[in-house]
Design a protein around this ligand. Structure first.
Ligand code: FES
Ligand SMILES: [Fe+2]
Length: 337
């Protein structure tokens, strides 16, 4: 892995909110240390590609959407959503190497995800099938800390007691259902003085059973049986030292069907606020935190160490790995021309 082209696990990464990318618009988002251009075609399809034009390096985010393609502002080359150049005003012969590095893009629950590492090797993580299709609003937060700090937080057993006042009851159970997945199942008592914990205790919830499923090293779906709630944390490494997190909630179908339709939006909002209140404890601590492995305790840090072993076992890629060897040689020679 080079400093310039850092490697990250091959996985689906959240890039932007769907609502921020209207038809015919372009968005710039740095991901994996590289500026990306996201655009929505006139028909509504989302394309994601490196923002630096392969021709002479103009910034594609200053270009325009032309039908289904993204048009460079400099010489008006037009790239489709796969990054392939399909139109050059100055010639009818388009060189084979005229293509941007593009990510496979998908939208789910109002978030645009892109897959790092060429062809997706895993499905886009989602809430479990028993989740009601209506989800909460999405909160997006930026941190000047490596993304592993945020993605591993649910596996740091010690901090549940010291930061969230939810001491674990018994030892957590680790389980896995695929090479992309790492799961932790544990029970914790609700002991905090914050309004979210006081609310939970007031409605009779003194103990919670939690499951935290991590996919691709960056998307965690946490489930609480007592509150019938799901939380999704999807984390993007913006650079190696800064990250962006997308947080949203879902509720089980069984619970939602007991709530009159009129009150469902308010219920989702309350659920989301309780999640944010819980996360508030972490926010002020993880901001600016560096990822350092000092002294780890075999028992008390077992969940975290297990997550790190899992994260290290994931196959990795850089953005530039999605270019075939032949194309890469051509691109390099082109760059040196
Ligand atoms: S720099 Fe983009 S088309 Fe020339
Ligand atoms: Fe936390």
């Amino acid at each position: 892995m080079s400093e310039k082209n850092p490697a990250f696990p091959k996985a689906w990464y959240p890039l932007a909110l769907s609502s921020d990318l209207k038809r015919g618009k372009i968005l710039r988002q740095v991901a994996f240390g590289v500026p990306l251009a996201l655009y929505r075609s006139q028909q509504g399809r989302v394309g994601v590609m490196t923002a630096t034009c392969i021709h002479m390096g103009a910034d594609l985010t200053r270009g325009a959407v032309s039908g289904e393609r993204l048009q460079c502002p400099m010489h008006s080359w037009e790239f489709n959503a796969n990054g392939t150049c399909e139109h050059i005003p100055a010639t009818s012969e388009i060189p084979q190497r005229a293509r941007q590095i593009a990510l496979c893009a998908k939208e789910q629950h109002g978030i645009i995800f892109g897959f790092l590492g060429g062809e997706p090797n895993a499905p886009l993580p989602d809430f479990p099938a028993e989740a009601f299709r209506q989800t909460s609003r999405i909160t997006v937060m930026d941190f000047d800390t490596p993304y592993q700090v945020l993605a591993s937080n649910s596996y740091d057993s010690q901090h549940f007691s010291t930061v969230h006042h939810r001491p674990l009851i018994g030892a957590p159970r680790v389980y896995t259902n695929s090479p992309h997945h790492y799961g932790l199942h544990f029970r914790a008592s609700v002991g905090g003085a914050g309004y979210n914990d006081r609310f939970l205790r007031a409605v009779g919830v003194r103990e919670v059973e939690l499951v935290a499923d991590c996919y691709g090293g960056n998307i965690v779906v946490a489930t609480s049986d007592r509150t019938a709630t799901y939380i999704m944390f999807a984390v993007l490494p913006v650079t190696q030292t800064s990250s962006r997190i997308f947080v949203l909630n879902a509720i089980t179908k069984t619970r939602m069907q007991k709530i009159p339709a009129l009150f469902r939006p308010a219920w989702m909002e309350l659920t989301h606020r309780l999640t944010l209140a819980f996360l508030h404890h972490d926010i002020k601590i993880v901001s600016g935190l560096q990822f350092k492995f000092g002294i780890l305790l075999p028992e008390a840090d077992a969940g975290f160490m297990g997550w790190m072993r899992y994260w290290n076992s994931l196959p990795t890629a850089t953005l530039f790995d999605s270019v075939s060897q032949a194309e890469s040689t051509l691109m390099n020679s082109h760059a040196h021309d």
